[in-house]
Design a protein around this ligand. Structure first.
Ligand SMILES: *Cc1c(COP(=O)(O)O)cnc(C)c1O
Length: 476
């Protein structure tokens, strides 16, 4: 840190000459702010602005603006606006990352929203058996549906996939050993590290094989009297390439069975449809893991499945039952709104139409470049009319699946690249983030880029308005 220069007499004098709060409040600019915000808050914002200028002057800095000029009031207005940006609110995701964890992952289908609405407005049979007229279980509602879709014998839904993994490890391996390949000891993001979750469950991690190669014989050697579980985890965003080996799922499951040790797979994203249909790389489906693994399979509700935040565990009854009965299940339980949305989302996988016609996340993933290019072309035409200050060009690029799934998948898209005559790409991005609704895109070189893959048709009109509003005015 540099030492503050001694204030020159000149700077101190200038600091003393700053206008008073009373004088500032009389100006037309302050009056305009008072029409929008409570007077006390405007006074506070102006006081902070003056204090900042005084601090700068005394420190010997040359502030870029003076008290009472246009920039001073723009800054005051930004200060007044700031609380409006706080709190959870809707965002238009123009990043092209379909399952963007920071932006709330999968948008829900209208069917899921209706189901949440119906359950939220009044009471529901959440834990009530309508046929018997007695207490029921919240876990009963989805079980049959999940079993039909996955081919498993039993199913349990909890708060999220991390909770499902923690619950299964605790119920099956507490005080015992869990075998995991060294190639799967990954951090998935948001602090979910496989070794840490195992430690949290009270189980001991036994590392098997090496980072790039783990063979069946390595697992076999590691099995001992304290072994309680063999865990296979989907490496999500991480890939070991080149000189690699992992045993096949079925081989590993057979080994577990021979030694009478439960087998579990943390699939993470988890999809019920073969993604190769959409031109995407193959991901093991939940059904394949159930069929070839024969153990527990855990996956998320709000990644490739396209539903609400939830953690789903499917598998044989004898492996699922201890999870249901464990005290931790109560602490990790799913709430009724998520349950309603998940049920409605899963039902779309059994509907007459293919799921990508109804589940927004799948629709976005399945959208072809030709379709995105068509939508981008139409939108560019509307934008040029509505916001001529934005220079708008189109460029082929790639979107991402996100959510830890398909990190290498190249989803061809067409970007809208925007440039403003006076605003930098970063300044434009800042304005768009402050929009209502907020718009989040990418900055590509010195352009602000929009990928319409993740923008629903119903969001195009509000997007146009936010862009037009942001394009007005000067740098600020
Ligand atoms: C994403 C992920 C999780 C965590 O899932 P949440 O539903 O976010 O809790 C766990 N394991 C793997 C392999 C994942 O990819």
């Amino acid at each position: 840190m540099r030492a503050p220069p001694a204030p020159s007499g000149d700077a101190t004098a200038r600091a003393r000459q700053l206008p008073s709060l009373h004088q500032l409040l009389q100006t037309p600019a302050a009056q305009a702010l008072c029409a929008q915000f409570p007077r006390a808050r405007v006074a506070q914002a102006l006081r902070e602005g003056v204090a900042e200028l005084r601090g700068a002057l005394v420190a010997g800095d040359m502030p870029s603006h003076a008290a009472g000029d246009a920039a001073f009031f723009r800054e005051a207005e930004a200060r007044l606006q700031a609380p409006r940006l706080a709190g959870l609110r809707a965002v238009i995701n123009a990043t092209g990352v379909v399952l963007h964890t920071n932006l709330g992952r999968a948008p829900l289908a209208p069917e899921a929203l209706d189901a949440m609405d119906a359950v939220a407005r009044g009471y529901s049979n959440l834990e009530y058996d309508l046929e018997a007229g007695t207490r029921g279980s919240r876990h009963a509602h989805l079980e049959a549906l999940l079993c039909r879709l996955s081919g498993a014998e039993a199913a349990l839904v909890v708060n999220n996939c991390a909770a499902a993994v923690l619950l299964a490890l605790t119920a099956w391996a507490r005080d015992g050993e869990v075998l995991v390949s060294r190639g799967e000891l990954v951090e998935i993001g948001g602090g979910f590290r496989v070794p840490d979750v195992i430690a949290q469950s009270g189980a001991r991690l036994v590392e098997v094989g090496t980072t790039n190669k783990t063979r069946l014989a390595d697992y076999e050697r590691a099995i001992g009297p304290a072994t309680r579980l063999i865990l296979r985890t989907h490496p999500s965003n991480y890939r070991v390439l080149g000189f690699t080996a992992q045993p096949e799922r079925a081989e590993l499951a057979a080994l577990a069975e021979r030694h009478n040790v439960p087998f579990m797979e943390d699939l993470g994203s988890g999809t019920l449809v073969d993604l190769r249909r959409f031109g995407l790389p193959a991901e093991p489906t939940v059904q394949a893991c159930v069929r070839d693994g024969g153990g527990l399979v855990a996956f998320s509700g709000d990644k490739l499945l396209g539903g609400p935040q939830a953690g789903i565990v499917v598998g044989p009854s004898r492996l699922v039952q201890p999870l249901r009965a464990h005290p931790l299940a109560r602490a990790l339980r799913i709430d009724k709104l998520s349950l309603a949305a998940l049920q409605a989302t899963l039902a779309l996988y059994e509907g007459a139409e293919p799921p990508q016609a109804r589940v927004p996340a799948l629709r976005m993933l399945a959208q072809s470049q030709a379709e995105i290019a068509r939508r981008a072309g139409l939108f560019a035409r509307r934008l040029r009319r509505r916001a001529p200050a934005l220079d708008c060009t189109l460029r082929d690029d790639h979107s991402l699946a996100g959510g830890g799934a398909l990190p290498e998948a190249q989803l061809p898209t067409r970007l809208l690249l925007l440039r403003h005559a006076t605003l930098s790409a970063d300044a434009l991005a800042r304005r768009l983030r402050a929009g209502r609704p907020a718009v989040v895109g990418r900055v590509v070189e010195d352009h602000f880029a929009l990928d319409l893959r993740t923008v629903a048709d119903g969001e195009l009109a509000p997007l146009l308005e936010v862009l037009a509003a942001a394009a007005q005015g000067q740098e600020g």
